[in-house]
Design a protein around this ligand. Structure first.
Ligand SMILES: NC(=O)c1ccc[n+]([C@@H]2O[C@H](COP(=O)([O-])OP(=O)(O)OC[C@H]3O[C@@H](n4cnc5c(N)ncnc54)[C@H](OP(=O)(O)O)[C@@H]3O)[C@@H](O)[C@H]2O)c1
Length: 357
């Protein structure tokens, strides 16, 4: 239960606890530039809350940020990672949305509360334009957090702000997913497995692709109807059409980008939706746009989602008791290994980074 209070709640600071540990992307880009640093323990100002971060999770974006491919102009030093969950330990004056002891997660773009994306929101993205969550304590605006369901651990909740919100935004908001429809998800990373789980919760059928038969087996255990190994079947779109008796799938969650978008358009039915989400094959490339035209396919860009989308998703996660798939957990001190493991593509689902006292 939240304590609603407009009075600031003092955090028991002591002369022995004025600093905290945080990971910083230091003077240059590169995984080896990620360094454990000591920073001043921050204080919440008016309307802000101090969180003790208990767990964070990795997204492919965090690799791109670390190596400078996401935005080479990002200001350094930078605390990385957009995703984290923890508990409120202190509130600044005027805070009413949450109280001390509440379990919360940060939202990806701190300024995007509801409605469509506008230009003012991306500069408020955690672990990119502004410092992120890989610190023992962070200060966030009270509007930039959501309360997490009781049944989820901090580790599980830390997987939600980017990958899960993106999958929900793509399927529910942009594709208006309905029971009985068929969706195709690419690979078995964070976004794709959340899309699989959300589609199943909506009564939809899922075709999963992967480079690994072993991972496809696990995707079927999670509820996928059919799996296609995209290494053994480079023309995976034809396989998807066969499975749907040549109708095509209703929606594709495209995380590949330029290298997969053409086949996503082939795989989808007339008037279907291809959500353009990922960059796994690069930032730009040739796509046969005429194919989208002649099928009236809607290609919809998706950039995570607002707090309102996050909160809609949390209600469904709570109702259906949907548990995120965590592949492996690393301690904060091993952030470099964690990022390298993400880049290796060995994982199935999410990689979590925990913070201990
Ligand atoms: N637009 C947005 O708001 C948004 C939000 C989140 C993520 N993204 C982007 O979406 C992509 C996925 O992110 P993520 O965090 O889910 O990544 P992730 O957890 O690292 O997942 C990557 C997985 O994708 C699969 N994969 C790799 N190359 C592929 C290809 N050519 N075709 C099909 N599957 C392929 C692999 O699965 P298998 O081993 O099973 O083959 C790999 O393990 C990234 O590009 C990320 O930047 C965008």
């Amino acid at each position: 239960m939240t304590t609603l209070s407009t009075m600031p709640t003092p955090f028991p600071r002591s002369s022995t606890r004025t600093t905290m540990r945080a990971v910083e992307l230091r003077d240059t880009f590169g995984v080896d530039s990620l360094t454990l640093a000591e920073r001043q323990l921050p204080s919440p100002g008016p309307g802000e809350v101090l969180l003790r971060v208990r767990a964070t999770s990795l997204n492919y974006r965090d690799y791109l940020v670390a190596v400078g491919e996401y935005d080479p102009h990002l200001r350094l030093p930078l605390v990385p990672l957009s995703d984290g969950a923890g508990e409120v330990v202190e509130t600044g004056p005027g805070v009413t949305r949450v109280g001390v002891g509440d379990r919360v997660a940060g939202i990806f773009m701190q300024g995007w509360i509801a409605g469509p994306l506008t230009a003012e929101y991306p500069p408020t993205a955690l672990g990119g334009a502004i410092d992120g969550m890989l610190a023992e304590y962070v200060v966030l605006d009270q509007r930039g957090v959501v309360r997490i369901p009781d049944f989820l651990t901090f580790e599980e909740a830390a997987t939600l702000p980017c990958a899960a919100v993106t999958a929900w935004n793509a399927l529910v908001r942009h594709s208006s997913l309905k029971a009985g429809e068929t969706i195709l998800v690419q690979g078995t990373g964070g976004v794709s497995l959340f899309a699989l789980q959300f589609a199943r919760a909506h009564g939809a059928r899922v075709i999963a692709t992967s480079s690994s038969d072993e991972k496809l087996k696990r995707a079927m255990e999670l509820g996928a109807f059919e799996g296609i190994n995209y290494r053994d079947n480079p023309d995976w779109a034809s396989k998807a059409r066969e499975i749907t008796r040549d109708r095509g799938v209703d929606h594709v969650v495209d995380v590949g980008g330029p290298g997969t978008l053409g086949q996503s358009i082939d795989a989808v039915r007339e008037s279907g939706t291809v959500c353009n989400i990922g960059l796994l094959t690069g930032f730009a490339g040739e796509v046969p746009t005429y194919k989208a035209l002649f099928k009236e396919v809607r290609i919809q860009g998706v950039y995570v989602g607002s707090r309102a989308v996050f909160e809609d998703m949390l209600r469904a996660i709570d109702l259906h008791q949907i548990r995120p798939t965590i592949d492996r957990t690393f301690p904060m001190e091993e952030i470099r290994d964690a990022i390298r493991y993400l880049k290796s593509g060995q994982h199935f689902g999410k990689i979590v980074v925990t913070l201990g006292e």
